[in-house]
Write a protein that binds this ligand. Structure first.
Ligand code: APR
Ligand code: ZN
Ligand code: ZN
Length: 361
């Protein structure tokens, strides 16, 4: 029997979001219905509302979520009703050329649930990032569910489903930060702070946080930054070089998503160092660099998509490290809110007042 639950809809471009009754079909083959316990508010949800992702309105927002599997469809063996899971954007296929070469985090043929969730009048909903978890329940592909230690707080666990995983993965998976490395992180929002926490976890000796907002730099210190630079008052490239014996950092992580901050990252790294772009640019942005500098400075310029994460490997590990007190994921939860508070949470996010607001059911 299809179920009716409450969910948060973005009805049209820049229209306020609202709570509506939505219809969740029973899970079909390879699908699961998950009872959501917590879901973080992410920039991408705001981008959906603003029409910045695509125009497939209405959207069912929310995608940084954890909950309990309620029911599964035919053929589902990886999760079962009662399992506590973190949701990820896309289930990997296991068959494409990336999967077959043992690199499933690059899977070229990921999927979500086949069936559609709808409004009461039958209008099909587009779930944000294939999840749609500002809702009491949601329908996903079973491969989007990763089992983790059920003792962890859902508000904390859900954050691993997107921004925090992107940041930690940018440092550990993409940047391959190692023991003793120097790391600089440009932009210290939720993603940048997670990159700082990831760099600390990987054993970086020096972690330089760069932002234009002193409040963000204070939080960055709590996450593990050993030095801070306000790039409104100081030239970040000069400051990072000065803090690294004149050389630049081994790994520089760009967590803003703008050409000027990318350029800072490019010149603030040591020769043969690594730049990781995890901030998401907009389609109009262009980068101009002397090609000779790209060649002459060597090293690698990488992009980090979802932190190059493999949920089945990374989610349980990071939850375990959190539970052991080695990774303070709770520090990312600024406030917990209700399903009706998303608009206010967007405003607070826009003003830079929060790392994460998390809807708790
Ligand atoms: N130089 C340095 N820091 C900057 C600059 C700049 N020119 N412009 C903005 N910032 C800082 C902001 O002060 C803020 O602390 O970057 C941070 C961005 O943080 P958030 O807005 O909270 O964004 P976050 O969720 O961390 O995501 C960062 O990754 O997922 C993408 O779309 C997201 O592109 C965004 C990026
Ligand atoms: Zn694949
Ligand atoms: Zn997100």
């Amino acid at each position: 029997m299809p179920q009716q639950v409450q969910g948060v809809i973005a009805p049209g471009k820049n229209e306020p979001v609202r709570v509506e009754t939505i219809v969740i079909p029973d899970p079909g083959p390879g699908e699961a219905v998950v009872k959501i316990q917590a879901c973080g508010v992410c920039h991408t949800d705001l981008h959906y509302k603003q029409g910045g992702i695509n125009d497939e309105f209405p959207f069912l927002l929310g995608h940084e979520a954890a909950g309990v599997v309620e029911s599964v469809g035919e053929g589902v063996t990886d999760v079962a009703p009662g399992d506590f899971v973190i949701l990820n954007w896309r289930a990997v296929c296991g068959q494409c050329r990336a999967c077959l070469r043992g690199r499933p985090w690059y899977c070229f043929d990921t999927h979500n649930a086949e069936q559609k969730m709808t409004l009461l009048d039958g209008t099909e909903l587009s779930p944000a990032l294939g999840i749609g978890a500002f809702a009491e329940k949601t329908l996903v592909a079973s491969g989007q569910c990763t089992k983790v230690d059920p003792e962890v707080s859902p508000a904390v666990a859900g954050l691993l489903g997107c921004g925090v995983m992107a940041g930690i993965g940018a440092a550990i998976n993409t940047g391959q930060v190692g023991r003793g490395d120097s790391v600089a992180v440009i932009g210290c929002g939720g993603v940048g702070d997670a990159a700082i926490a990831g760099a600390r976890l990987a054993g970086a000796a020096k972690i330089i946080a760069v932002d234009i907002d002193d409040r963000k730099l204070e939080t960055a210190k709590k996450m593990g930054a050993t030095h801070t630079v306000n790039s409104r008052s100081d030239d970040p490239v000069e400051a990072i070089r000065a803090l690294t014996d004149g050389n630049g950092a081994d790994v520089v992580i760009e967590a803003v998503g703008r050409p000027e901050t990318y350029q800072q990252a490019f010149y603030a790294r040591d020769l043969a160092g690594t730049v990781v772009l995890v901030g998401v640019p907009t389609p109009d942005m262009k980068l101009e660099l002397p090609l000779l500098d790209v060649f002459g400075r060597g090293g690698s310029l990488k992009s980090s998509w979802y932190g190059d994460c493999l949920p089945s490997r990374d989610f349980p590990m990071l939850v375990d490290l959190h539970q052991q007190g080695r990774l303070d994921l709770a520090a990312f939860v600024t406030e917990t809110i209700g399903l009706g508070d998303i608009e206010q949470a967007f405003a607070r996010m826009h003003d830079g007042d929060v790392l994460r607001s998390v809807v708790v059911f």
